[in-house]
Design a protein around this ligand. Structure first.
Ligand SMILES: Cc1ncc(COP(=O)(O)O)c(C=O)c1O
Length: 464
């Protein structure tokens, strides 16, 4: 049989040698990145100027003065000011295997020697097919459309639901949800600040989310509100967005009972059920949060993003679109598609999932360490909260200004986290599960505790 040219290239021993050599070089250099480091003093002024210039160019201040140098070592990342920090937010949930992971380097080199940088709807390579096959199988869905952001995955999902259930056009979503920042999604995302000056073009009805302190009461309240919306606008709702663990909202998980009751109502009223898993995918002991909560039988459409590198909308046969509804010039870069398959392989084949998998083990270890801090300093920290590898806590009473000061102080001390929620504002971590060790968590928790004490002492009202 004639061998494909691509196969003979892939099997060329020079390629394997080159990959091995490049990986050995990275390994050798990254070995010097073994602990956090402060900035190098002679780089500080230039670095500050670069941060200011980037803020100006992009039309908005950067949240952190972060410009990476392009190399890291697992949970540690080097910045252009020469500092090394613990990356416990991983680009808000993207760098799941950590920095400079050897398998992702291999994927990147293989992508670099393939024929195109990008793959699109007109021309896709075999690796796009392979990724779609893996995703539909893992999700128990029939179809998978790749795209390049969580927002686009949600836009596509929205269009699938609206087309299928036309003329229903109203949207249901949870209070405090986040679904993205396109024009339509900024109308669903429950943050008026994010849609300042934008005209409203769609109608969204909100349902209160689950409250772990009052499971029965909050479930009844949500069910009643949903019933009211459905009765007020009969057959006018196309879809309900389910963010099963509220991410930007502050790492609040729902429950099986809560989701089952609401999804049953959606089903009975012909409303599509959309699981927005852009933040939850790969962070609970099951690959998808809807599988973890045991509500897979209700879900019509699922969206994923962040750690998957390539985002996707997965859907059942009933939502098969009419020609022309969904397309885009390119869906993702070849390196992102290859990286996505590598990360999925880790997740599915290397004991991340399950009650004793790495996600659960690392999540509970981090939770235990934070609980110890809470026991020592009950006025400085509440929590921890969250589920699986999505961990958060409320520092210094949860006042937005104090928490902002805390995360910036933590950044300066060498740990990158991020805020979530409001009233109270929490600190959240999206840890690079594939790279993190218990020892990393121990070091990070020591720094967290010290920074909490320092910030509380520097601000008399904080935590009091
Ligand atoms: C639940 C959820 N949906 C959608 C999005 C939007 O994804 P992206 O920022 O990739 O557009 C996010 C991003 O944080 C998210 O957390």
């Amino acid at each position: 049989m004639t061998q494909l040219c691509a196969a003979s290239l892939a099997n060329d021993p020079r390629i394997a040698q080159a990959i091995a050599l490049l990986k050995a070089a990275v390994r050798e250099h990254q070995a010097s990145i073994s602990a956090i480091r402060p900035p190098v003093s002679e780089l500080v002024t230039t670095y500050r100027a670069m941060i200011e210039e980037l803020s100006e160019l992009r039309g908005g201040k950067l949240y952190y003065p972060f410009l990476g140098s392009g190399i890291g070592n697992g949970t540690l990342v080097e910045l252009l000011d020469g500092s090394v920090k613990y990356d416990f937010i991983s680009g808000i949930g993207v760098h799941y295997l950590g920095h400079s992971h050897p398998d992702l380097i291999t994927a990147g080199i293989q992508a670099a020697i393939s024929d195109t940088v990008m793959q699109g709807n007109l021309q896709q390579n075999g690796d796009s097919l392979q990724l779609c096959q893996t995703l539909v199988q893992a999700a128990g869905m029939s179809h998978c459309l790749l795209t390049n952001s969580g927002a686009m995955a949600n836009e596509n999902a929205l269009k699938l639901a609206l087309q299928r259930l036309h003329p229903a056009s109203r949207i249901l979503a949870f209070s405090h949800c986040f679904s993205g920042r396109t024009w339509s999604l900024s109308q669903i995302t429950d943050k008026p600040l994010y849609r300042q000056g934008l005209p409203s073009t769609i109608f969204v009805d909100y349902v209160p989310f689950f409250n772990a302190k009052d499971p029965e009461g909050s479930t009844a309240a949500a069910v009643n509100t949903l019933k009211e919306h459905l009765a007020r606008y009969p057959r006018q709702h196309a879809v309900m967005f389910f963010e099963l663990v509220q991410g930007e909202g502050g790492f609040h998980p729902g429950s099986k009972e809560f989701f089952t009751q609401l999804m049953t109502l959606c089903r009975e009223n012909g409303v599509a059920v959309l699981a927005d898993e852009v933040q939850t995918f790969g962070r609970l002991p099951k690959l998808f949060a809807y599988q973890y909560f045991g509500v897979q039988d209700f879900v019509d459409i699922v969206t994923i993003g962040k750690l998957s590198q390539v985002c996707a909308t997965l859907f059942t046969k009933d939502f098969y679109p009419k020609a022309g509804l969904l397309s885009q010039t390119y869906t993702a870069s070849t390196s992102a598609i290859r990286a996505s398959s590598v990360i999925l392989h880790h997740l599915l084949k290397e004991h991340y999932l399950g009650e004793d998998g790495k996600i659960a083990r690392i999540g509970s270890y981090f939770t235990r360490r934070l609980m110890e801090i809470e026991q020592r300093h009950p006025t400085l920290i509440q929590g921890p909260y969250g589920i699986g590898a999505m961990i958060a806590f409320t520092p210094l009473g949860g006042d937005h200004e104090h928490v902002t000061r805390f995360v910036h102080a933590l950044f300066q001390a060498g740990v990158i986290s991020f805020i979530a929620g409001s009233n109270p504002t929490r600190v959240r971590f999206l840890i690079p599960v594939g790279a993190v060790t218990e020892q990393d968590i121990d070091i990070v928790c020591t720094i967290i505790e010290q920074v909490l004490i320092d910030v509380a002492n520097s601000e008399p009202r904080a935590g009091s």
